[in-house]
Design a protein around this ligand. Structure first.
Ligand code: PLP
Length: 378
């Protein structure tokens, strides 16, 4: 009954693991990839007012012009990049939809897409669903999980169409400096590679200033971002894509047939979010938790790089001799701490686990204590 394409795509490794967790009480979860607090009140309140005023209809396919204008003003004032709100900005149902539209808009059958790993779990399936071929670029702890221009050059073929970048990164937390981005952009330009740049964690970059990839290669970049992480708005399902008119219009063509438009209430909520600086408090809170979890993990003998952004730590568990899945499963069953096995983010994630610090300081402290006692037992 099912298409071969669907049958070839494995179910998400994260889901399988969370099904196990959902059956266990009193678990401290370092598993989830979303802020542990609700959307700031003023954003919720304005969305409620919009409903009260009767704004309950469809919007234009591309999204409310006022929201597109606001996004365009924000990226201009923050990053000095100019996007025409009328035809270079598309409001999407989260970055998830933006990613799907981006690959579908640019890929022909068997076109290759470079994917640095460990990576967010949706990239490979989205490329496969669009008929493309993912080509993995593995990264290592010793290189801070970053790719270099030569990594791209070594994997080029006549079918290479695009690369998907994600920084600050899920699951490693790493980000790129200006020089690193510029050298990656040079290779992409020389070899006519499009860049799908997932910058959903752009507002959560700590010491290194976030620099959009469009700064270097605007004409070839599809810039994806959204409200889920920086504004604690995962449930509103709101994101946006910025890019050259030709690509945004192709993405909008798919979007208008399958989605029509993002929910209007969410779009009003997005407008209030951009009128505020709520992300600053959210970022400060995550920074505090990052420092706590990373020093905790290193102190109990789980080597962990200092993440530059997002809200994930990605420590090595190699010394334990356990596979990532066995480590995560045993830790859950013996100490009731949930983490995500690193291999779900790609083969080079073996030997690591992802610990989200989008949870309270008290829970992080308790989780570290429990992990320390687990390490003593195994
Ligand atoms: N991109 C990355 C790197 C993510 O980590 C996530 C969610 O965890 C998404 C995209 C999906 O975001 P959205 O809620 O905007 O669909």
């Amino acid at each position: 009954m099912l298409s071969k394409r669907i049958l070839e795509i494995p179910a998400s490794g994260i889901r399988k693991f969370f099904d196990l967790i959902s059956r266990m009480p009193d678990v401290i979860s370092l598993g989830v990839g979303e802020p542990d607090f609700p959307t700031p009140w003023h954003i919720r309140e304005n969305a409620l007012y919009s409903i009260e005023k009767g704004f309950t209809t469809y919007t234009s396919n591309a999204g409310l012009l006022s929201l597109r204008e606001k996004i365009s003003q924000m990226v201009y004032s923050k990053y000095n990049l100019s996007y025409d709100p009328k035809n270079e900005v598309l409001i999407t149902v989260g970055v998830s939809e933006g990613l799907d539209l981006a690959v579908r808009a640019i890929l022909d059958l068997d076109d290759e897409v470079l994917i640095p790993e460990p990576s967010y779990v949706s990239y490979k399936p989205c490329v496969l669903l669009a008929g493309g071929k993912p080509v993995v670029i593995p990264t290592k702890f010793s290189n801070k999980f970053k790719i270099k221009p030569d990594d791209i050059k070594e994997r080029l073929s006549s079918r290479t169409k695009a690369i998907i970048l994600c920084y600050p990164n899920n699951p490693t937390g790493m980000t790129y400096t200006k020089d690193e981005l510029s050298s990656i952009a040079d290779v992409c330009k020389e070899n006519d590679i499009m860049v799908i740049s997932d910058e959903i964690y752009g507002l959560l970059s700590y010491e290194i200033e976030h620099i959009p990839f469009s700064t270097f290669l605007k004409e070839k970049t599809i810039w994806l971002s959204g409200f889920s992480k920086g504004y604690a708005m995962t449930g509103w399902r709101l994101g946006y894509a910025l890019g050259p008119e030709e690509i945004i219009s192709a993405m909008c063509k798919i979007h208008q047939y399958i989605i029509l438009c993002a929910p209007i209430m969410s779009q009003y909520a997005g407008l209030s979010a951009l009128n505020s600086n709520s992300f600053i408090e959210i970022k400060d809170e995550f920074l505090r938790r990052r420092n706590l979890i990373v020093s905790g993990l290193n102190s109990i003998g789980m080597p962990c790089l200092m993440p530059d952004g997002a809200f994930y730590a990605f420590p090595s568990i190699e010394k334990t001799g356990l596979s990532s899945y066995d480590f995560a499963e045993k830790l859950l069953l013996s100490e009731k701490v949930a983490v995500v096995p690193g291999n779900v983010f790609g083969d080079c994630g073996r030997g690591f686990i992802r610990c989200s610090y989008a949870t309270s300081v008290e829970k992080i402290e308790k989780a570290i204590e429990r992990m320390a006692s687990f390490l003593k037992k195994i």
